[in-house]
Structures are given as C-alpha cells and as structure tokens.
Design a binder for this molecule. Structure first.
Ligand code: ADP
Ligand code: MG
Length: 333
C-alpha cells in the first residue's frame, strides 16, 4: 500500500495537497512573519541592512539531465547555486521562494525527495522557504529559485570594486565540476570526487561573510574562472595577470589531468565550481588570511589586477598569452 502511494503521480495528488507537503516540512523562522499559505509572504531583514535578491533558473536538458542526477541532488544544487550568489556579495541568506514547473506524470516521491533536499540545504544556511509557485509543465522540469539575503551596504562585495594592483584569490579548488560534466557528456566513468563536486556544490557562505568589507570585489565561479574574472575586470575597468600554476586543483583532478593533459583548459574555462573569486588590496593580505582561517576555507592567491585591459595567463610553459575571457553563453550556437 505504502509503495503504491510512493508511485503516485502529481496528477493524482493535485497542486494544493502538494503545497501542503511542502509546508509540512518547514519549521517557523523569526524572519518570516507570514510564509506559505497567503497571497504574499511577509518577511523582515535586520535593521540597517539592505535586501539582496538573486534568482536562478534551472531547466531540464539545459542545466541538468534527469538521468545524470537524483532528484535529491537536484534539490540540493538548486538551493546551493542560489546561496552561492548571496555568498559572493558577502551577504547572509534569509529567505527563499521556489517556482516549480512540474510534468503531471512526475512521481510524488521523486518531487518529495527534491523538496526535502532543497529545504535541508536552505535551512542549513539559515534560509527559510517562504513561498513559491507551482504549475504543470508540458515540457520538462523547470525550477526557478529566488533567494533573499541581507548585508550592510558599505561592506557588500560588488564586482566593480577592484583597484589596480589588487591581489586575485580563489577559494577551494577549480575544475572538478567541469571535468565531471565533460565525462558525463562523453559517457565516460567519472571519478567520485569530481562527480560529487558537480552534483553537490557547496556555497562558500562562511568565507563570503568573512570577506564582507575585506574583499574589494567578488564573484562566484559559475561560468568558469576566466569568464568570471572577466566579469570583475569589465565592471572594474581593469586587466589582470594570473599564473595558471597557482590555480588550485584537487588531487583527483590532477591525477585525471596527468592522463588527459590536452584537457587542462577545462580547469580554467569550465564552470560550476561555485568557489569564490575575489580581489583585495595587498595591504589587506593579513585580513584575507584571517577571513579564510575563520571560515575554515582554503584560498589561493593566483594573480594581480593591472591597469592594462585584458587577461594575461602565465602557463607552465612560461608563455604569456592574452585572452578575451568568455564563458558559457546561453544564446551562442
Ligand atoms: P496564488 O494563487 O496567490 O499565487 P498559490 O495557490 O499559487 O497562491 O500558492 C499558495 C501558497 O503556496 C502561496 O503562499 C505560495 O507562496 C505557496 N507556494 C506555491 N507553490 C510553492 C512552492 N513550489 N514552494 C513554496 N511555496 C509555494
Ligand atoms: Mg501562485
């Protein structure tokens, strides 16, 4: 009997019973005066702080393939990629809204696994689900997340704050997720660490919060290290020089690259690392190291910003080349 229920389709459960299953998973939050169940949510942020808002769409067969990840991984990732944007501002996540386009033939237990993981990841970050919208989708699965955070206006880590001669840093390691995606696309076995980095990214919230008021500019690496650095450089009207040998790579990625040296560029140009890429004045080096230590997050200094526009990458061969940084472009063919 229980198994029959598990195989139930959304078309049987219906929209409102489905929304009830979401509410049932939520605890209260002091910030959310009014959550699911009314025409609007009513929420607050601490006095003296500004509201940060970010939105991400995840579309089946554009951003993910059902056969490559579980619904639980998808729920986690839908939350993490949004939380990462709040981290990249140096903010604190507060509440979120979940828009879902669901094919009516979706199984209730699968959607439930998605919701459970989404709420667990958001709750662990102190972010309360406060509302959303649910529709039937005639195409695939569509997930639209809006996250609200807050921060002190003067301490926000914007993209346009870098100055000439600033140090450039990146957190954690780069390239695992892009290589995992490459291997999935080529139907090859994916080393477990790389697969985990692709399906279960972690927003660097602790580091982001510590860098508020310390970093001169910050972005999360979603499009690729070079492309996202390019966003900071364009907004700050600067160029940069980075040393590719300083770009931190995980041990499993280094092992894989030894076998596939022709794929080295994937580390610099692949996306979805959700690490923090930031700049800071050389005078702030001690403060940056203190921020990383407090957040228990490794960081690497990989280069310097320059007055000359463009991105120069020093490669292992000692060659220096100027790149026009580009990343994933949804409308490119
Ligand atoms: P309305 O018709 O006013 O848009 P709905 O019937 O769509 O209201 O939604 C009822 C309540 O359920 C609202 O509080 C809405 O925010 C919430 N809700 C609907 N879908 C979701 C969802 N996917 N996640 C969280 N809350 C949701
Ligand atoms: Mg609605």
């Amino acid at each position: 009997m229980a198994d029959e229920n598990k195989a139930d389709k959304l078309s049987t459960l219906g929209e409102f019973a489905f929304i009830d299953t979401i509410s049932a998973r939520l605890d209260g939050s002091a910030d959310v005066l009014l959550g699911i169940g009314d025409d609007c949510a009513a929420t607050t942020i601490p006095a003296g702080e500004v509201l940060l808002t970010s939105k991400d769409l995840l579309i089946e067969d554009v951003h993910f393939k059902r056969e490559w990840c579980s619904m639980s991984e998808l729920g986690h990732k839908s939350a993490a990629v949004n939380l990462s944007d709040i981290a990249a501002m140096g903010g604190k996540p507060r509440h979120c809204f979940l828009g879902l386009g669901l094919p009516p033939q979706c199984r209730v237990d699968e959607v439930d696994a998605f919701i459970a993981a989404f709420i667990a990841t958001m709750s662990a970050a102190g972010c309360q689900l406060a509302g959303g919208d649910t529709c039937a989708s005639r195409a695939g699965l569509l997930i639209s997340v809006t996250v609200h955070g807050s921060g002190v206006a003067s301490r926000l880590c914007r993209r346009d704050g870098a100055a000439v001669g600033d140090d450039i840093y990146v957190s954690g390691t780069i390239g695992d997720s892009a290589v995992a995606l490459y291997l999935l696309q080529h139907e090859q076995a994916v080393p477990p660490h790389l697969l985990r980095r692709h399906h279960r990214p972690e927003a660097r919230l602790a580091l982001g919060a510590q860098l508020a008021g310390v970093a001169s500019a910050m972005i999360d690496v979603s499009d690729g290290l070079c492309a996202d650095l390019g966003h900071i450089l364009r907004r700050s009207r600067l160029g940069a020089e980075i040393d590719s040998s300083l770009v931190p790579l995980s041990q499993p990625l280094r092992a894989w690259l030894e076998q596939h040296p022709e794929q080295r560029q994937l580390a610099l140009n692949g996306g979805e690392d959700y690490e923090l890429l930031f700049t800071a004045a050389p005078a702030a080096r001690a403060a940056v190291q203190q921020a990383a230590a407090t957040a228990h997050t490794p960081i690497s200094r990989i280069g310097t910003t320059t007055a000359t526009p463009g991105l120069t990458i020093l490669t292992a061969a000692g060659v220096s080349r100027r790149d026009n940084p580009t990343g994933f472009n949804h409308f490119a063919r």
